[in-house]
Design a binder for this molecule. Structure first.
Ligand code: 13P
Ligand code: ZN
Length: 273
């Protein structure tokens, strides 16, 4: 039974955890997972390989023939666990990476998330960097969104401000975070802009909308989103108390953390204020 597969259970658990943290009001957010060959084998006998192909709107050549587990468009994360067959489904990409077809799930007229172009282009960028990347997660992270109304929309500023809020941040996301200005969701343009950031980062913030995280397994991808959002929550509290910090973590402190935890931090984030 497909729904009993461990990766499907982890997918549902991750989405439910995000819902519990308040990141998925109504149908907000979406999640996609690129199956391992052994997982495709395990579910293949239950897939329907007769549905018509649908253009993705972008080409993801290096993902041709791959299978993905994806949340449904307009479906509620709140119902991932009690109505999984409506809330999620599997798609297969054609060999050219230009079309997909539904092979399981999305019951009662469902279809993959409207952000499928962003998900697949992000997967394509990440697979080219490291084939171990499997997960793209979009959440409506309250505090990260709030910060996009008050901070300059610059990678350097968001990275530095988030790093300062929790000592673990530069260790959890040493490459920093990308930020893009407001764009129409679900569009090809936002897919290109987001995947461009994914060349450098595992986190991309959409101004006044939400956050994308990329990762290799469910725990670390969720943990990445959670860590960045927690740092943003602290920053919102700090800014609510005072526009100025009385003290904070300094550039040399970050260099010391980098040495101690053997991570590389780009000096462009360690500017003097
Ligand atoms: P979907 O319901 O199509 O996944 O859209 C939700 C969303 O968050 C759009 O950015
Ligand atoms: Zn969204």
């Amino acid at each position: 039974m497909i729904l009993e597969q461990p990766f499907v259970q982890s997918f549902i658990q991750m989405g439910t955890d995000g819902y519990d943290l308040g990141w998925h009001e109504r149908n907000g957010g979406n999640l996609s997972y690129r199956l391992k060959p052994s997982e495709v084998e395990a579910v293949k006998s239950e897939l329907n390989l007769n549905n018509p192909w649908t253009p993705i709107g972008v080409q993801v050549e290096n993902l041709g023939g791959e299978y993905f587990l994806v949340t449904g468009s307009g479906r509620f994360f709140r119902h991932l666990s009690d109505r999984p067959l409506e809330s999620l489904g599997f798609i297969e990409l054609d060999e050219t990476g230009t079309s997909y077809r539904i092979v399981y799930g999305f019951e009662n007229g469902g279809k993959p998330t409207s952000e499928l172009p962003s998900h697949l282009m992000n997967h394509a960028v990440k697979v080219a960097i490291d084939p171990e990347y499997r997960i793209i997660y979009h959440a409506h992270t309250t505090n990260l969104i709030a910060l996009t109304f008050v901070l300059p929309l610059q990678d350097e500023v968001f990275t530095r401000e988030l790093w300062e809020m929790a000592t673990e941040c530069p260790v959890v996301f040493p490459e920093g975070v990308g930020v893009i200005g407001w764009m129409v969701p679900g569009s090809i343009e936002i897919a290109y802009a987001t995947s461009n950031k994914m060349k450098d980062y595992d986190l991309a913030i959409w101004a006044h909308h939400g956050t994308f995280a990329a990762g290799k397994d469910f725990d670390t991808t969720f943990g990445l989103m959670h860590t960045a959002e927690k740092a943003a929550e602290i920053l919102v509290k700090v800014l609510s108390m005072s526009p100025n910090k009385a003290q904070t973590i300094q550039p040399q402190d970050f260099r010391d953390v980098a040495d101690a935890f053997r991570v590389t931090l780009d000096e462009r984030f360690l500017y003097n204020k």
